[in-house]
Design a protein around this ligand. Structure first.
Ligand SMILES: Nc1ncnc2c1ncn2[C@@H]1O[C@H](COP(=O)(O)OP(=O)(O)OP(=O)(O)O)[C@@H](O)[C@H]1O
Ligand SMILES: [Mg+2]
Length: 320
């Protein structure tokens, strides 16, 4: 068909029949010729950035509690379970422990047997009214373990703090008078990076990162590593990573492979053995008690005892 015929047909709305011989099939051809790198690429090629780089944290300041944030922006990886059970075990070792629940779900109270409806002051008050810090703590059934309750009162705080000066340091200010009275402050965070989580990271010496030994574990840590770098640069140069904890581990090929990758990538930071998936751990909060009271000899009881002892050693708190 000639071009002119086609133009005429288009203009008049005529339907043209095209025979198969007339269709030209374009064969794509591929080559491995590489374009020269751009200036930006040149820089990243010559100076690779290790996205997995995790800075280590400084030693605890003398006479003050070590402030450790349990964090992972991925939900349901065992942050709250770890905070409750590690804190409870550390208290049984004779340490003075404060848990600060910065999550609007407020699950630490349930897991430690505190009735949220009877609580007057929460972590919201700790952040908004530092002068109330002493009254924000509640004693649990475990000697030496106190809790600042989280919960629904934190909803809306993000918005309220947005217009406040020094909004990232409210928790730091709230904790200041409490730090001399404890050996360790463990902060539970929500699975998001809002202003409340940023407050926790500003107040912290270090983070511990629970990860489920599942696909995407490493991507999650890479994201967190970026957040930690940013907080160190802009807000809290002390912040580092104390440990990566493998949670809900099962004897599957995938779980084993991910555990292997984690240990290879973060040698020295990954605590072994992993916390195994164990129904007793999931049951304990419904009784309002930690695993060491619910089923101390279960896999979960043994794993969390081991983890708490390992952390106490790392933090220089063993044999106090
Ligand atoms: N080792 C384990 N074995 C079995 N169940 C577990 C284990 N660890 C945690 N769980 C259960 O998995 C669920 C999620 O755990 P948890 O609430 O601690 O995660 P989270 O990271 O705090 O979640 P969120 O991001 O929503 O705050 C809970 O029901 C908990 O009881
Ligand atoms: Mg939680």
């Amino acid at each position: 068909m000639h071009v002119n015929d086609e133009e005429v047909a288009q203009a008049t709305g005529q339907i043209i029949e095209v025979s198969e011989d007339e269709i030209e099939v374009i064969e794509p051809s591929f080559s491995d010729v590489r374009q020269a790198p751009s200036a930006a690429e040149e820089i990243s090629i010559s100076r690779p950035r290790n996205v997995m780089e995790l800075p280590s944290a400084p030693p605890t300041r003398p006479g003050l509690a070590r402030v450790v944030v349990c964090i992972n922006q991925k939900g349901g990886v065992g942050k709250t379970t770890t905070v409750i059970n590690v804190a409870a075990h550390l208290a049984t070792l004779g340490l003075r422990v404060l848990v600060v629940d910065c999550d609007a779900q407020g699950n630490c109270a349930t897991g430690l047997g505190i009735d949220k409806s009877k609580v007057e002051f929460t972590s919201r008050n700790l952040m908004l009214n530092p002068e109330l810090a002493g009254s924000c703590r509640y004693a649990t059934n475990i000697d030496g373990l106190h809790l600042v309750v989280g919960g629904r009162t934190l909803v809306g705080l993000e918005q309220e703090l947005m217009s406040e000066l020094g909004r990232e340091r409210r928790l730091t200010e709230g904790l200041e008078v409490l730090l001399p009275h404890y050996d360790i402050v463990l902060i539970d965070t929500p699975p998001s990076l809002g202003i409340v989580t940023i407050n926790a990271l500003c107040a912290a010496d270090a983070v511990i990162i629970p990860v489920q030994t599942e696909y995407f574990a490493l991507e999650g840590i890479a994201l967190l590593a970026g957040t930690i770098r940013e907080i160190r640069t802009r807000l809290n140069p002390r912040l580092g990573v104390d440990a990566i904890l493998m949670t809900m581990h099962a004897p599957t090929l995938l779980n084993g492979q991910v555990a292997g990758q984690l240990k290879e990538t973060f040698a020295g930071l990954v605590i072994e053995p992993p916390i195994r998936r164990n129904i007793r751990i999931a049951e304990a909060p419904s009784h309002g008690i930690p695993i060491h009271l619910h089923a101390p000899e279960s896999h979960g009881g043994n794993d969390y005892r081991g983890l708490a002892e390992n952390l106490a050693l790392r933090w220089g708190l063993a044999n106090r």
